[in-house]
Design a binder for this molecule. Structure first.
Ligand code: ADP
Ligand code: MG
Length: 341
């Protein structure tokens, strides 16, 4: 049997103030995978990643990185992994090339190899034509690409990324996805990424875990997780009509849960999601059943399931990107800027 690149068993982290940030999680990542940790702010993503890269001590459980024990073989692990923090760690007063060269020198890379690897990464990240410009003059997206490249100088086989696109505008975010995908495929790099963006996890990851309150709620490929919902999503919203929406939603659940064509129902604040195969053909039946029961539908939409629906199913609430972005801006930056050790 092949040893997994990442092996986590019953991992637990309780901070000194008593916060139980990680509550007994287990998962494995195989060589070559692009694995995602998807969850809202405070879910325990950064705590987990910091333990995996040996920057934070765990409270319980076992973690092996390429067969190495995180508690006892920290140096060996640090040599084979790369890490890019939430905050960009490039030096603005150096050119792109100088940033890379300096990083390689920190790893005591041999001179010829150092030059070669620098050129290779500048090329890979489409920074070759800007190699001799100061990083301080780069756009946000370019700085992030340079930051990624510095983390790859020592040719790690495994790369950890903590919310790599948080703080980038949607265009730069989508642009960075191309490079991350390229690293995974061309450099055959195993990537462990955390994110609170559903679309990002959906686009990039072969497999992902949804994490909330320090626990893994579900794990699988995006396609698998969506299929498990049981078909198309019919999202329903209700009129208040004197009654409150909750009562209407409860009534709708009661009526529809008995219907043979309904695979699953999720309730949330604004309404309900009904899952059914061939959603389009059952919509008239759904409406008729609800009308007969006196439930007034004000809005109906029919979609294929998305990761948002998966998330909602397993956590009971929706993740709101704008809100999370705002929180993120208010947080202080990560303590692990590569240059500031
Ligand atoms: N150094 C710390 N001491 C105490 N609690 C912490 C510390 N760092 C994080 N936490 C708490 O642990 C939980 C998980 O945090 P974190 O791993 O940063 O989540 P995420 O990266 O998913 O946003 C949160 O409740 C957070 O407030
Ligand atoms: Mg975090």
């Amino acid at each position: 049997m092949v040893t997994p690149v990442i092996e986590v068993r019953d991992l637990e982290k309780i901070y000194p103030d008593g916060t139980r940030a990680v509550r007994g999680i287990s998962f494995e990542v195989e060589e070559g995978e692009f694995f995602g940790f998807l969850g809202p702010n405070g879910a325990g993503k950064s705590t987990t990643i910091k333990i995996l890269i040996t920057l934070l001590r765990k409270t319980g459980g076992t973690v092996r990185i390429m067969g190495l024990d995180v508690s006892r073989q920290t140096d060996a692990i640090r040599r084979v992994i790369g890490y890019a923090a939430q905050e960009v760690g490039v030096d603005d007063d150096l050119t792109a090339r100088e940033n890379l060269m300096l990083q390689g020198e920190l790893y005591h890379m041999e001179r010829t190899l150092l030059r070669q690897r620098t050129d290779e990464l500048l090329e890979l990240m489409d920074l070759a034509s800007d190699a001799d410009r100061l990083a301080g003059s780069f756009s946000g997206g370019m700085r992030k690409r340079l930051d990624l490249a510095t983390g790859l100088m020592h040719r790690p086989r495994l790369l950890f990324l903590d919310e790599p696109t948080t703080g980038l505008d949607p265009q730069n975010r989508a642009n960075l996805w191309i490079y991350l995908d390229r690293l995974n495929k061309q450099e055959k790099l195993t990537i462990f990424l955390t994110t609170h963006y559903m679309e990002e996890a959906d686009k990039l990851c072969n497999r992902l875990a949804i994490i909330d309150h320090g626990q893994i709620k579900t794990l699988g490929s995006p396609r698998q997780l969506k299929q498990e919902l049981g078909g198309d999503v019919i999202a329903l919203r209700f009129a208040t009509n004197g009654q409150d929406v909750t009562t209407q939603a409860q009534q709708a659940c009661a009526v529809l849960s008995g219907a043979p064509f309904v695979a699953n129902i999720d309730r949330f604040d604004e309404g309900i999601n009904v899952y059914a195969q061939n959603g389009g053909s059952v919509v008239p039946d759904v409406l008729r059943l609800l009308d007969d029961a006196g439930v007034h539908v004000t809005q109906l939409s029919l979609t294929s399931p998305s990761l948002d629906d998966v998330f909602l199913k397993h956590t009971g609430y929706k993740i709101r990107d704008e809100e999370l972005d705002r929180n993120w801006r208010n947080q202080r930056g990560g303590p692990f800027g590569r240059r500031r050790r």
